[in-house]
Design a protein around this ligand. Structure first.
Ligand code: NAP
Length: 502
């Protein structure tokens, strides 16, 4: 065995922690303190980060107190004026450097995302690339903040319209896309000239901590980005939300928590962006390209092991093609390799925790009791780790609980429909309105249904809608505002009008 082979051998040896050396190296590379005012701070208390594929602890990170949270806001508030004055081109250059750094570091960062969140490594690489793109997109937007100059209709004076950063912003992110949800908020905040306090999800703090270190190295000044990790989000974030120095809350997470935070924001009439839950209808008409529809359903269902706000939650298939569609989907789902996200070729990784497995198990049992038939999967997998198999159910009645709540797991709920009007009514029969999917070869019908769906986004003959250049967001209880696209930066800007008497 040559020296290189021996090195390779050592690299895959399991360590006491159950990790192989490359994994341990990636975990050890992440700073574990709070990042406040450009400094890393330790805390007396720490909290564990766990590998959802094994249930084993990966490391401990700082567990912030309310005082730490306020220190982060102090730092953000102190840095705000200078950052707002920093020329847009300089802000843009920093974001471009960070974009490049994320891509150069993609293997390490993807491994960190897989280890803390569970998603397959190939998907984690996709997430890091997607996350990086938000920095490039908003670097390009930072230098294009426009305004206006016009005569008052009555004459005599002029209207000057300009845009200014809204101010110190609170950014709260979920666990399911730990890197992309952070850059989707930090990118436009920095581009607009806002400083921020970022609070990642308790289960996935490592991506954000790694990102803070990268931003520091790319030249983000002290206090412009601050990161607090905590096991008590209410105690740490409520005082910040109620503090009048905070001028913006950008939240991605569940509708239940979003509503609670909106109530808190009302106290100071704080600007908000809310990216909340979904209950996406996925509609297949009998004239659809069925191969494309099955691939689209796989993408819309299985991305992130079904743990995406955009996941196809209710799959409506026109009666004449339902057996063919469901059979092909079940065949494809049954063949998807399951395992730890770091294992080669895995598509069905673990769910985030045991509660998620219990929830999916209950939803499937409920649907079966109401008459749904299982084509593949349908039973939880023995531990260790939080695994649930790729599952296809047909004849899922609209009354089933899974049709009214986010499944957030690898379970496709298929049901038949007869007419266009019927499917639109059933698809819209939910308080959520994030995204819908429509598969048909009839463009006129496709556009008609896209317009009739009460959602912020629709995929027409495509199963993925997320793109940094497109306005992402929902209507109804799926949220307020848009992230990405030309509108994303507006969420962090105020419009100011100056009347000028000539
Ligand atoms: P969650 O429970 O609502 O948590 C989201 C974030 O809010 C976490 O950082 C959480 O911290 C924090 N949080 C919880 N209670 C809080 C409080 N009282 N004050 C301040 N922060 C608080 O949601 P999740 O389970 O992490 O994420 C899944 C949900 O996110 C799903 O509903 C999914 O649809 C939605 N989502 C939406 C989008 C979108 O763009 N529309 C994208 C991704 C995910 P802890 O982790 O410590 O609880």
């Amino acid at each position: 065995m040559g020296a290189a082979d021996q090195g390779e051998e050592r690299a895959v040896t399991q360590l006491d922690t159950g990790l192989i050396r490359a994994e341990q190296t990636a975990i050890d590379s992440v700073p574990t303190g709070l990042y406040i005012g450009g400094q890393w701070r330790t805390t007396a208390a720490t909290m564990p980060v766990t590998d959802p594929a094994t249930g084993q602890p990966l490391c401990e990170v700082a567990d912030a107190s309310a005082a730490d949270g306020l220190a982060a806001l102090d730092a953000a508030a102190a840095a705000q004026a200078d950052w707002a004055r920093t020329p847009p081109r300089e802000r843009s250059d920093i974001l471009l450097r960070a974009h490049r750094r994320l891509l150069d570091d993609i293997e390490r960062l993807a491994l960190i995302a897989t280890l803390e969140m569970g998603k397959p490594l190939a998907e984690a690489r996709g997430e890091i690339a997607y996350a990086a793109e938000f920095f490039r997109w908003f670097a390009e937007e930072a230098v294009r903040l426009d305004g206006g100059y016009m005569p008052a209709p009555g004459g005599g004076s002029r209207f000057l319209v300009t845009r200014q950063p809204v101010g110190p912003s609170l950014l709260i992110t979920p666990w399911n896309f730990p890197m992309a949800m952070a850059t989707r908020k930090i990118g436009p905040a920095l581009a607009a000239g806002c400083t921020c306090v970022v609070k990642p999800a308790e289960q996935t703090p490592l991506c954000t901590l790694a990102l803070a270190e990268i931003l520091d190295e790319c030249g983000v000044p002290a206090g412009v980005v601050n990161v607090v990790t905590t096991s008590d989000p209410g105690a740490v974030m409520t005082p910040l939300i109620l503090d009048e120095r905070s001028r913006k809350l950008s939240f991605t997470g569940s509708t239940a928590v979003g509503k609670k935070l909106l109530e808190q924001c009302a106290r100071t009439v704080m600007r908000t962006s809310m990216e909340l839950g979904g209950n996406a209808p996925f509609i297949v008409f009998d004239d659809a390209d069925l191969d494309a529809a099955v691939e689209g359903a796989l993408a819309a269902k299985m991305r992130n092991i079904g743990q995406a706000c955009t996941a196809a939650n209710r799959i409506f298939v026109q009666r004449g093609v339902i057996d063919q569609f469901a059979g092909r989907l079940a065949e494809r789902m049954a063949a998807l390799p399951r395992g730890r996200g770091t294992d080669p070729g895995v598509v069905v990784g673990p769910l985030i925790d045991a509660d998620a497995v219990a929830k999916v198990t209950e939803l499937v049992a409920d649907a079966r009791e109401r008459g749904a038939r299982v084509l593949t999967g349908g039973e939880p997998v023995e531990g260790p780790g939080n695994f649930y198999p790729a599952t296809v159910l047909v004849d899922v009645p609209d009354e089933a609980r899974m049709c009214h709540t986010e499944i957030f797991g690898p379970v496709a709920a298929v049901t038949a429909f007869d007419t266009e009007q019927e499917v639109v009514t059933r698809a819209n029969d939910t308080p959520y309105g994030l995204v819908g999917y429509v598969f048909t070869e009839n463009l006129r019908r496709g556009l008609r249904v896209c317009e009739a769906l009460e959602t912020g986004m629709v995929g027409l003959n495509q199963g993925v809608v997320s793109n940094p250049a497109a306005p992402f967001g929902g209507v109804k209880e799926s949220g307020l505002g848009r992230e990405g696209g030309l509108l994303g930066i507006d969420e962090f800007l105020e419009t100011k009008y100056i009347g000028v008497q000539l």
